[in-house]
Structure formats: structure tokens, C-alpha cells
Design a protein around this ligand. Structure first.
Ligand SMILES: Nc1nc2c(ncn2[C@@H]2O[C@H](COP(=O)(O)OP(=O)(O)OP(=O)(O)O)[C@@H](O)[C@H]2O)c(=O)[nH]1
Length: 301
């Protein structure tokens, strides 16, 4: 195909993969800025995060789909649906797997969803820094037996190895198109979402067991004040009183820690001085109540 230097290319790329394969890390690596939430614990990306990467001749809109997994409750079902709908709307699906793991039931489940897709799917083998080169070939072979991938690209999101190539390949799948977003636009998620995710990230990294996944964060108010100051009010919703207690901590210590670390990240991201006020409330069993899910912003149209 002849390269059309004059034409601008733009389109959508969906990042798909089991939880913890490194989607957020890869997205952040490609965008060059901390947008997606990162955590050691699984299932942290609940919402679809959209990032925009604009180059001289291209614009890629990345959709970071929520970790697809077998749904256990209503929130889970909804997440799977959102993720699958996304795949039909994009120009390329980047299917992320880990170099240090054989294809498992989670991957098979995802690959089965690809069967009805007309979108090209690229197999992106992440975390190649964790394995020896010679281990890659058998892994590629076993994935190739499961699906006919349009591309196979080994990368390390952590070190950045081969992520430039991944970028080039992604661009090659974009159609000629307009610049949808201004150059300086990195994400079209409402600011609230990213701010809430920064708080939830701190909750996840400081709490254990059943607390993290039953927590939702809502930004109630963002107020711009003089001298580049922003005042932000947030609520952390827990399912039970005991969890609320853990989140507040002895003498408010835990909440203080969560707050000051989230604030530091917010200041970095927004370049403003931040006044952050966080309260903790309980909303019993919110995960199974559709109306409450809607209130908490988990339903997208
Ligand atoms: N060694 C190594 N670790 C990586 C690499 N990419 C990501 N990780 C680590 O893998 C873990 C999960 O990464 P995330 O980016 O949070 O994964 P995710 O797929 O977004 O996870 P969810 O949000 O749960 O879907 C983190 O501890 C990352 O530091 C890589 O290329 N090499």
C-alpha cells in the first residue's frame, strides 16, 4: 500500500486483556502521563478510560476496556457488556497477555468473544522483561492455535521495549480521518472520573481483603478558587460499617494517608494547589442495586 503522507489518520484502539496484564501501564507508557489507575490488585479498571494520543500525522483514541471476567454480580455483567460493545466500534483491538503465563481460562474466555468480531485483533505479549527470548516462540505458537491474530507484538510496558513498534502498528490500522480532539487533550473523561480514580487507587494500595472492591469514589464538587487553587470534595462509599471504620482508621490516620497521597497526585496532574476533603459513607450492598450503580456513574450509554 502506498503511504499517504499528506493524509491525517485517526481512529480507535481498544486495550483488552485479563486483569493485571498491564493495560494501565501500557496506556500510561504510550500517553506518557499518569492517567489510568495502577495497582497490584486485580480488577482496578472499572470504567472505560479514554485517552487521546496525537502525533503529527495521527490521532489514536485509546479505549481502556474494563477487565473482562466472568460476571459474579450485576456490576460485573454490566462491565462485560460495556467492554464487548467497545470492541465492535474500534479500528483495532489490542489483546494484551502476559509473557510469563500460558493461555489460561481467562484468555480463552476473551478469545471466544473475538469470534464474532470483524475488527482486527493484535496479540500484544506484555512483560517480556520477565522471560527469556526462547520462551516467547512456544507462547506465540500456543496463542496462534487459538485465534488468527492480525499482528503479534511482544512488548514490555514497564521498560518501554518495543512499545514504539506497537504504536506504529496501531497507527497503520487507522483510517484517514479528522483530528477529533485538540492536540493538548489527553482524555475526554470528565475530570471527576480521573480524580475519583486517583483516590480509589490509594484506597486499593492501603487496604486489604474485601475492602477494595466494595469501594466506590464520587467527586461531589470541584471549585476553582483564585491563585490556581482547586477545592475538591469527595466521598468514599463503603458497603459496611466495618469497612468504613477501616477506611477512616484509628484517629483518622488511614483517611489522612489516602487523602494526602491522592492530593499529591492531583496536584501533579492538574498543576494546581488542591484542597481535598474526603468523607467516608456507607451504602449497603451497592454493587447489586442498579439505581445506585447509576448514581455512582457506572452506567454509560
Ligand atoms: N515486569 C513487568 N511488569 C509489568 C509490566 N506491565 C505492567 N506490569 C505490572 O503488572 C501489574 C499490573 O499492571 P496494570 O497496568 O495495573 O494492569 P491492568 O491490566 O491495567 O490491570 P486492571 O486495571 O486490573 O485491569 C503492575 O504491578 C505493573 O507494574 C511489564 O511490562 N513488565
Amino acid at each position: 500500500m502506498e503511504k499517504e503522507i499528506d493524509s491525517f489518520k485517526s481512529g480507535f484502539a481498544a486495550l483488552v486483556g485479563r486483569t493485571n496484564v498491564g493495560k494501565s501501564t501500557l496506556l500510561n507508557r504510550m500517553i506518557g502521563r499518569k492517567i489510568a489507575i495502577m495497582s497490584e490488585k486485580v480488577q482496578t479498571t472499572r470504567n472505560r478510560i479514554l485517552c487521546v494520543l496525537t502525533g503529527k500525522e495521527y490521532q489514536i483514541i485509546f479505549l481502556d476496556t474494563p477487565g473482562i471476567h466472568k460476571p459474579k454480580h450485576k456490576l460485573g455483567e454490566r462491565l462485560v457488556q460495556v467492554a464487548l460493545n467497545t470492541l465492535n466500534e474500534v479500528d483495532i483491538v489490542l489483546f494484551l497477555v502476559e509473557a510469563n503465563q500460558r493461555p489460561g481460562p481467562g484468555d480463552n474466555y476473551l478469545i471466544r468473544q473475538f469470534a464474532d468480531l470483524s475488527t482486527p485483533v493484535a496479540l500484544v505479549i506484555n512483560k517480556i522483561d520477565l522471560v527469556k527470548r526462547e520462551e516467547l516462540l512456544p507462547l506465540i505458537e500456543s496463542y496462534s492455535r487459538l485465534y488468527s491474530f492480525s499482528e503479534i507484538i511482544p512488548v514490555s510496558a514497564l521498560s518501554g521495549e518495543n512499545t514504539g513498534h506497537l504504536l506504529e502498528v496501531t497507527i497503520s490500522y487507522l483510517p484517514a480521518g479528522p483530528k477529533y480532539y485538540p492536540d493538548d487533550m489527553v482524555t475526554d473523561r470528565p475530570e471527576e472520573f480521573i480524580l475519583a480514580e486517583l483516590i480509589r487507587e490509594k484506597v486499593l494500595s492501603h487496604t486489604e481483603q474485601e475492602v477494595p472492591h466494595s469501594v466506590a469514589v464520587v467527586i461531589e464538587e470541584i471549585q476553582e478558587r483564585p491563585n490556581n487553587v482547586m477545592a475538591i470534595r469527595a466521598v468514599i462509599y463503603a458497603e459496611r460499617e466495618t469497612q468504613k471504620g477501616i477506611l477512616i482508621g484509628k484517629g483518622g490516620q488511614m483517611l489522612k494517608k489516602i487523602g494526602s497521597q491522592a492530593r499529591a497526585d492531583m496536584e501533579k496532574l492538574l498543576g494546581s494547589k488542591i484542597y481535598l476533603e474526603i468523607r467516608v459513607k456507607t451504602k449497603p450492598d451497592w454493587r447489586n442495586k442498579e439505581a445506585q450503580l447509576k448514581n455512582l456513574g457506572y452506567y454509560e450509554t
